[in-house]
Design a protein around this ligand. Structure first.
Ligand SMILES: NC(=O)c1ccc[n+]([C@@H]2O[C@H](COP(=O)([O-])OP(=O)(O)OC[C@H]3O[C@@H](n4cnc5c(N)ncnc54)[C@H](OP(=O)(O)O)[C@@H]3O)[C@@H](O)[C@H]2O)c1
Length: 389
């Protein structure tokens, strides 16, 4: 039995990972689970999956979790160190990195350093620390397993291909709820409207990122690291139906793709059973009911986030860390109704500009990444005070 630790078990990906565990009927065992603040759900998951260790990253929730789990014989850990402990526990074969945001970086890096197989949903980890993560991942015989549906599609399309045959990667984007909105309409977008994604049900942060197209920008950087391609060889196309999850173009002009329903349990399952396939009862794609599908170029004027992500990726060094941290902070402010929707990318652009003036760190280590991340977050706050108010 493969033993897993799920970091971010109470989130959208974490919960779906546990549904996949149910389907796999004893093939995968849950050794450890983590949550940030959702004590009730974590306790329910403990009752159902009988892990041996849990971690709650929000330290203030530890007393409540201990009370809720009183009488349970397992270990209860807390804080970032708790996540690192479960990610590196000798009993764990594979970790599912499904925390949201850069908070996933330290435990994911620790898991790789400890030689664990990693199924990676937490794209912010690769955006902020891609060079560190890939250096560790490349020391292993088995690959870093992508959970993001686009990267899983690329990964699956490339299986069995000679790496020198790859010309480019084509990532598909649904375009989010404002695909056809004008910039003036986007200025007035509320959190409720931005959280209503047309094709995917996900956590709040990634749903807002999908609406600004920053999610696709983060995925471009993620693809750069996972597949080792220059940014000129990573293309984004709008594909509103979310049926073709991504494609690869080969040197002879052939294009290969992976198709399926908009159901994250499929890429999660493949990451858990790789390189094998397993039967499941999840939704299936009925091609005849899909209707017409289309592919369009994204409009860079209305979706500046995508351009900013390409620019940060091409600049490299510490710039993607700044892009990611400024975006995380700006999304938080938008969800708290402190800034408007289009302010998200305005703020990210200003903070990236400030970082550029200060000078980049070309190859930041983990400590430097954490410091730069913190700097970018405080720069967002002063940007809101100075520029937007
Ligand atoms: N959802 C999707 O369909 C999807 C698809 C592709 C990729 N991804 C990626 O997968 C990751 C997770 O996304 P999600 O949609 O599952 O997010 P989510 O529903 O918001 O869940 C996030 C998880 O992380 C935990 N968490 C929150 N803040 C944390 C912190 N500071 N430290 C440690 N843990 C923290 C949450 O705990 P509590 O619930 O206890 O607060 C929860 O378990 C993201 O990187 C996202 O981009 C998601």
């Amino acid at each position: 039995m493969k033993k897993i630790a799920v970091l971010g078990a109470t989130g959208s990906i974490g919960r779906q990972t546990l549904e996949v565990v149910d389907q796999l009927q004893g093939e995968v065992g849950v050794f450890a689970l983590s949550a940030h603040g959702n004590v009730d759900l974590l306790a329910e998951q403990v009752d159902k999956y009988h892990p041996q260790v849990v971690a709650i990253s929000d330290q203030s929730k530890l007393p409540l979790l201990r009370r809720r789990l009183s009488g349970w014989p397992g270990r209860v850990l807390s804080g970032e160190q708790g996540l690192v402990e479960i990610a590196t526990a000798p009993e764990v074969d594979l970790i599912v990195s499904a925390v949201v945001g850069v908070a996933g970086l330290v435990p994911t890096y620790a898991a790789l350093q400890a030689g664990k197989q990693v199924a990676l949903a937490n794209k912010e980890t690769l955006v902020a620390g891609g060079h560190l993560i890939m250096a560790e991942a490349n020391k292993r015989n088995s690959p870093l397993l992508p959970v993001d549906s686009e990267h899983s599609a690329v990964f699956q399309s490339l299986m069995g291909q000679d790496p020198t045959a790859l010309k480019k990667i084509i990532l598909t984007a649904s375009g989010g709820p404002f695909l056809r909105s004008s910039l003036a309409e986007m200025e007035k977008v509320t959190p409720e409207a931005a959280l209503a994604h047309p094709t995917w049900r996900m956590g709040e942060k990634i749903t807002i990122d999908s609406a600004t197209l920053m999610n696709k920008g983060l995925e471009v950087i993620e693809a750069h690291w996972l597949f080792g391609l220059d940014y000129d060889r990573i293309e984004v196309v709008i594909h509103p139906q979310s049926v073709v999850h991504s494609l690869v173009e080969l040197v002879d002009g052939s294009i290969l793709a992976q198709l399926g329903p908009a159901d994250m349990r499929l890429p999660i399952q493949f990451a858990l059973t790789y390189p094998e396939r397993r039967v499941n009862t999840f939704s299936r794609l009925d091609l005849t009911s899909v209707g017409e599908i289309g592919f369009y170029p994204p409009d860079p004027q209305r979706f500046l986030s995508l351009q900013l992500a390409y620019a940060a990726g091409r600049t490299g060094g510490s710039m993607p860390t700044v892009l990611n941290a400024a975006n995380e902070e700006a999304v938080r402010l938008f969800l708290g109704r402190r800034i408007g929707f289009t302010d998200i990318w305005r703020i990210v652009e200003v903070v990236m500009g400030e970082h550029d003036k200060q000078g980049l760190d070309q190859a930041p280590d983990l400590e430097a990444i954490i410091a730069i991340d913190q700097w970018a977050r405080s720069a967002v706050k002063s940007c809101v005070r100075k520029v937007l108010k």
